[in-house]
Design a protein around this ligand. Structure first.
Ligand code: PEP
Ligand code: MG
Length: 537
């Protein structure tokens, strides 16, 4: 057995096979293989998988784009049956090399051959050779074109995962995440939490090909990753998993109960979500509302901007599911670790302190207006509040309110129905906390984003795993800024919540209640745990 330690960011225990998720841009390695027959079989299986993928894509394209456009995928499928191409790959494998490399050799030879032909049609086949070869290499390397390719649920192991890669993964196919890099406040960790899957980051190990497919245990309670555990350890872990599930069942009894302390202090307990699929977990956990809908996740993992209509449908679906309970939608917070190619953002030295969130929205109002229109249209279907991320000045709020005013006017003129919408801001920069007395006069509520507030206050990059140990999450500077924000908000008669990960830290629940915090918004998986902490006070 091999045992590695990591930083647990989501509790729980998972037992299953390892799936090494490699980056799309990983270059093809040339390695020697000992078992040539097994490698040939692996290649043949990859060809079959590629054909299955192409059949699905063909059907999808035929229905959506028509037979003419879909035809190319039929051609690709036929090319995967080409004996010359297949034999070229197999010959290289027989020389003792890995399938990925063998495919790249065949790709090179066939590209050269087609490129040198006079016939224009044949010349154009170069791109197709590239396509089918890339598809095969990705399958062989375990790189999913859409998340991961697996029949059974697996433990996803990766050097690192970006939020875009994580959102593409089929939740039903993942048992746990283990990454070499990453930190607990990264958005990948937040996504793992919203998926309620055990996750370790900053795991001290070297990824090797042999790990792939091996049985493993992720112990998200003790921060351990065990590969090929001995029988007795496996049994012990399975017992602990059962115990863990039973403990959770204990928390289940708190469903339907109030978030109230022994001396009668009540607080709202809401859930954070990234998309409509997370709503079931929030409801299941008996959350009183959605305290943070990270709307930027609607923009991740795709190739183009979501239209007003698409966004409207998503917001409406969330509101309808929440059935009148409050849903606080945070406007687009793209940038920093949440990168989207089609935004064409220039590389920056310090992206966390760069062109992101409300700064993009105010600079590209067409984008902002599309989102605001979608939210206001959806407001007819439930109780919506909107909050704006990364605010640092009163001036920003004034500009936002002008745009919001125009959007509402336009929608009214177009005959749309709208509900009452509270407008609030995230207090997640030290600037916002320090001038919260002024900001409170302009908005209906504050929601404190402790993830960013901590990184900017302590000058600790939330993505940097090396600083994980040095970062005191209970630092008095952060706690004082929270206290100050609550006091300033209350002085102006507005409510103040916390939606950063610190809201789920039960070591601080008592402190937050003493400070007068009105609402805590946490991942669905933590709702009942926090309810218990409140009720124990
Ligand atoms: C925060 O910064 O605390 C927050 C809730 O927003 P995000 O984690 O999405 O940056
Ligand atoms: Mg933030």
């Amino acid at each position: 057995m091999k045992r590695y330690t990591g930083k647990s960011v989501v509790e729980g225990i998972a037992v299953g096979r390892i799936y090494w998720y490699k980056k799309q841009n990983s270059k093809v390695e040339k390695t020697e293989v000992l078992d040539v027959n097994a490698e040939t079989e692996r290649f043949e299986r990859a060809v079959e998988t590629a054909k299955e993928q192409l059949a699905v894509i063909y059907e999808h394209a035929r229905r959506n784009l028509g037979e003419d456009h879909a035809m190319i995928f039929e051609i690709h499928k036929t090319m995967l049956e080409d004996k010359n191409y297949l034999d070229t790959v197999k010959n290289v494998i027989e020389e003792g090399f890995n399938g990925e490399y063998a495919v790249s050799v065949a790709e090179e030879q066939f590209t050269e051959m087609f490129a040198s032909m006079d016939d224009e049609y044949m010349k154009a086949r170069v791109a197709d050779i590239g396509d089918i070869s890339k598809r095969l290499i990705n399958i062989l390397a375990g790189i999913g074109e859409d998340g991961i390719q697996t029949e059974e649920p697996v433990i996803v192991v990766a050097e690192d995962l970006t939020p875009s890669e994580t959102v593409k993964m089929d939740k039903d196919k993942v048992l746990a995440f283990v990454t070499v890099k990453g930190s607990s406040n990264s958005h990948t960790a937040i996504l793992a939490r919203s998926m309620n899957l055990p996750a370790l980051v900053n795991t001290q190990m070297e990824l090797t090909e042999e790990m792939n497919g091996k049985m493993a245990v992720v112990d998200g309670l003790n921060g351990e990753f065990m590969i090929e555990p001995e029988e007795d350890i496996l049994e012990e872990m399975i017992t602990r998993k059962t115990q863990w599930t039973a403990d959770l069942t204990g928390l289940e009894q708190l469903k339907g109960k109030e978030n109230v302390t022994h001396d009668g202090r009540r607080i709202n307990l809401y859930a954070n979500i990234g998309d409509v699929n997370d709503v079931d977990a929030a409801l299941e956990a008996d959350a009183g509302g959605i305290g943070l809908f990270r709307s930027e996740f609607l923009y991740l993992g795709r190739n183009d901007y979501p239209s007003e209509e698409e966004q409207f449908e998503s917001y409406k679906a969330v509101l309808e599911k929440m059935n009148g309970k409050k849903v606080i939608i945070r406007t687009l917070d793209i940038g920093a670790d949440k990168k989207v190619d089609y935004f064409k953002l220039e590389p920056e030295e310090n992206p966390a302190m760069g062109y992101r969130a409300i700064r993009i929205c105010l600079d590209r109002p067409e984008l902002f207006i599309t989102q605001l229109r979608a939210i206001y249209r959806a407001s007819a279907y439930g109780t919506v509040a909107i909050m704006f991320p990364m605010i640092v000045s009163v001036d920003e709020i004034i500009r936002i309110k002008e745009i919001v005013g125009q959007v509402k006017e336009q929608l009214l003129a177009e005959g749309f129905r709208m509900g009452e919408v509270e407008l609030g801001i995230m207090v997640e920069t030290p600037a916002a906390a320090v001038i919260s007395d002024q900001l409170a006069k302009e908005v209906d509520f504050f929601s404190i984003g402790t993830n960013d507030l901590t990184q900017y206050t302590l000058a600790v990059d939330r993505q940097n795993q090396k600083l994980e140990g040095t970062c005191d999450t209970h630092h008095p500077a952060v706690l004082r800024l929270i206290q100050m924000t609550v006091e300033n908000g209350h002085r102006e008669g507005i409510w103040v919540g916390i939606c950063g990960e610190l809201a789920a830290d039960t070591g601080l629940t008592h402190t937050f209640l003493d400070m007068g915090v009105d609402e805590l918004s946490v991942s669905a998986v933590n709702v009942l745990k926090v309810r218990k902490a409140i009720r124990d006070i």
